[in-house]
Design a protein around this ligand. Structure first.
Ligand SMILES: Nc1ncnc2c1ncn2[C@@H]1O[C@H](COP(=O)(O)OP(=O)(O)OP(=O)(O)O)[C@@H](O)[C@H]1O
Length: 193
């Protein structure tokens, strides 16, 4: 898996407020980046800029490799069982080993439960399973640990570490520290406008 993600001189404005400026970084295959900072500083905004969902006020983003985004929105059909909802994307994404995500995220017992009945932590694990099945080299994770219990936090840390080990890139916006080998932390406070 080969990938690259580079941000150059990024600035972000929301409404009338300039949130951050002069932010540059480059992530190559195998890199993990933790975006840290207080509530409202602009972590989610940065993730959305990197994903191409929000236009930066200044600067550019260059990427080489498909991106997968996990944020607070669960892009799974609420009315299907979890198994069927995930299967829809497995076909689209050409996923060859969906069982791996079920096992790693302990989703097996929830396969017949309608997506709308899943708890906060279960929904987060479902979103991560979809990400895993998508096989994208660049992961953009906005608060991936929200709502997860200790066991699930450890599973996500393992997943991200394995992803980077196999040449993927992970950019993680989180209040919580993540136990990731060789993670680089970008503290958005240092770029506050
Ligand atoms: N569409 C919008 N228009 C104007 N301001 C916005 C808009 N969306 C977000 N904001 C503001 O931008 C700021 C940054 O929001 P963002 O969600 O990026 O912060 P965050 O660091 O991810 O926060 P948290 O830790 O609470 O998730 C906040 O003050 C928020 O109110």
């Amino acid at each position: 898996m080969q990938a690259r993600l580079a941000a150059s001189d990024l600035a972000c404005r929301r409404g009338e407020r300039l949130l951050f400026r002069a932010l540059s970084f480059e992530a190559i295959s195998g890199s993990a980046i933790h975006i840290a900072g207080a509530n409202g500083i602009g972590k989610s905004s940065l993730i959305r800029i990197l994903a191409g969902l929000l236009r930066p006020f200044a600067g550019t983003v260059e990427s080489d490799g498909a991106m997968g985004l996990v944020d607070e929105r669960l892009a799974l059909d609420q009315n299907l069982s979890l198994g069927k909802a995930l299967a829809f994307y497995e076909k689209l994404d050409g996923c060859r080993d969906p069982g791996r995500a079920f096992d790693l995220l302990q989703l097996g017992p929830l396969m017949d439960v309608p997506v709308r009945y899943l708890s906060t932590g279960q929904k987060k694990r479902a979103a991560l399973a979809r990400l895993l099945n998508g096989n994208c080299p660049i992961w953009l994770l906005d608060e991936p640990l929200n709502g997860l219990d200790a066991q699930a936090v450890a599973s996500v840390e393992t997943l991200v570490a394995q992803h980077c080990d196999t040449g993927g890139i992970a950019v993680v916006a989180s209040h919580q520290a993540m136990a990731l080998p060789d993670v680089r932390t970008i503290d958005l406070a240092e770029y506050a406008a």
